[in-house]
Design a protein around this ligand. Structure first.
Ligand code: SF4
Length: 481
């Protein structure tokens, strides 16, 4: 995320959102420069970047979140609210709070005459009701299209106020890659909070960027692993505070738990504050956890210690992985998730000797190509669906491929009666060496106890005609040939 980066992920070349292929064909086409931008002539709901901007910041202390939008735009926040509430319970908070969300409720009149007065009132209400330290103002499609100048309003209202008011340009129409919402949030954090002011470095302090989808158990596992290298962690922005954000420039190095979270921001931190970073993979499964850990050990000059720790962690967990492998070996798997997590989960199944038959993930780019090359060496024949959601394609593929297990966002596959394991539930361990054991046992348990999903499938019918399952799942992807 350099100064000229717009925050729109499509602005980088060779990034594709719409593709139906196989792993081996996609690898070859990308390598030969034959992939072309396509589109879907029919698409179901996409995850919008506004919700990612909001969710990334929603657990910050003393904050208010103002969506300058029609009220429907904040519908998705229910998921982040749930994560925040559960996260507090896991952290031992006795009086669990909801995040403070205000919606300006832009309506037809505002679309014609402007909605700036509503935004002013919302900011004033936020101050008088909650006395926050931070007020985030999130743009939406509607505010962007009608041209409400949220930057000017914020600038004007910021005068004579202690609380920081921060506009975030996450208009949903700007990008089909929802991770752009993370970038929009970080661009504003840099512009309005950090402001390129360098701090004295704190030796051994690591910025560990974590999205909302990380459970408390995973946070503790990441902190445990980094403490083995003698490092302390500034865990941000999830369950963080203004003080911790202000401490970002003091870190010795940065890393992220997710491959598509803060990756652009870490580039900015290198350019503006001279903070080196490690951007590798999501630490799910033995291979990826090793790579992730080696990356950080390397960036802080502790390669030797890192290798010793990896060796002793392997001695501890590999016998346990073998015992889980006995329960999972040879099972056929379909994986669906965000870009970081789906590729990481695909690497994880190798630990248990499982076979990949289908992979659905939102974006294909040079990073994905590296993962695909690795997967293709192990799994010669799997279907690849590059899609932001699109459950109609997923259920078509799942019905056709008949996997034994589905790993990922499970709603639709569960209704088909297939054993499912959620890797995005934000509540249970997934990451690092300890997370691997929990996740492996969870997959095996669900495979051996499919009763709930089987019963569910008998009582629920997905909203597609039987004829859809006979069609080509990718028939609505147009162009790109
Ligand atoms: S910002 Fe745009 S894409 Fe996002 S929820 Fe609102 S209308 Fe939909």
């Amino acid at each position: 995320m350099s100064e000229i980066y717009s925050g729109i992920r499509e602005s980088h070349p060779n990034r594709y959102n719409d593709l139906g292929s196989t792993g081996s064909r996609a690898e070859k086409d990308f390598k030969n420069g034959c992939l072309k931008k396509a589109d879907r002539s029919f698409a179901q709901g996409l995850q919008c970047q506004q919700i990612n901007s909001m969710a990334a910041l929603m657990s910050l202390e003393d904050s208010v979140f103002i969506a300058h939008s029609p009220q429907g735009c904040v519908g998705c926040t229910s998921m982040a609210v749930d994560q925040y509430r559960v996260g507090q319970a896991h952290r031992g908070v006795k009086h669990i709070k909801n995040p403070r969300i205000i919606v300006t409720n832009l309506d037809q009149n505002n679309v014609i005459f402007g909605g700036e007065s509503k935004l002013r009132k919302a900011i004033e209400d936020a101050v008088s009701r909650y006395q926050p330290k931070l007020i985030f103002v999130f743009a939406s499609c509607a505010s962007g299209i009608i041209g409400d100048d949220i930057d000017a309003i914020v600038k004007e209202l910021q005068k004579d106020r202690q609380e920081l008011i921060i506009p975030i340009h996450c208009e949903g129409f700007q990008s089909k890659i929802c991770a752009s919402g993370f970038d929009a949030a970080f661009i504003s954090i840099n512009k309005y909070i950090l402001k390129k002011q360098k701090l004295e470095k704190i030796k051994g302090l690591i910025n560990l960027f974590a999205p909302v989808s990380i459970s408390y158990a995973d946070q503790k596992e990441m902190e445990r692993m980094l403490s083995l290298l003698g490092l302390s962690v500034n865990y941000i922005p999830f369950y963080s505070s203004l003080d911790k954000i202000k401490q970002i420039p003091a870190a010795q190095a940065s890393t992220s738990i997710c491959k598509v979270f803060a990756d652009e921001f870490m580039k900015t931190l290198k350019e503006d504050y001279d903070i080196p970073y490690s951007h590798t993979v999501m630490p799910i499964g033995v291979r990826n956890t090793d790579i992730w850990f080696r990356g950080i050990a390397g960036i802080v000059g502790k390669e030797k210690e890192g290798e010793e720790i990896i060796k002793s962690e392997h001695e501890r967990i590999l016998p346990l992985v073998e015992s889980i492998k006995d329960r999972l070996k040879g099972k056929r798997v379909f994986i669906c998730g965000g870009t970081g997590r789906s590729f990481a989960a695909a690497a994880l199944i190798d630990d248990f000797g499982m076979e990949l038959v289908g992979l659905e993930t939102p974006t294909y780019d040079a990073d994905a190509q590296a993962d695909i090359e690795y997967l293709n060496a192990i799994h010669p024949n799997y279907v690849l669906d590059i899609a932001n959601m699109q459950p109609f394609e997923q259920v078509n593929l799942v019905k056709r491929l008949k996997p034994d297990v589905f790993i990922g966002v499970p709603e639709w596959a569960a209704k088909l009666g297939i054993p499912t394991t959620h890797v995005l539930d934000m509540k249970r361990p997934t990451m690092g060496y300890d997370g691997l054991l929990f996740l492996g046992n969870k997959i095996a348990d669900q495979l051996e106890n499919p009763g709930f999903n089987v019963k569910l499938s008998k009582h629920i019918k997905l909203p597609y005609r039987d004829s859809w399952y006979e069609e080509d799942a990718f028939k609505y992807i147009i162009g790109g040939d």
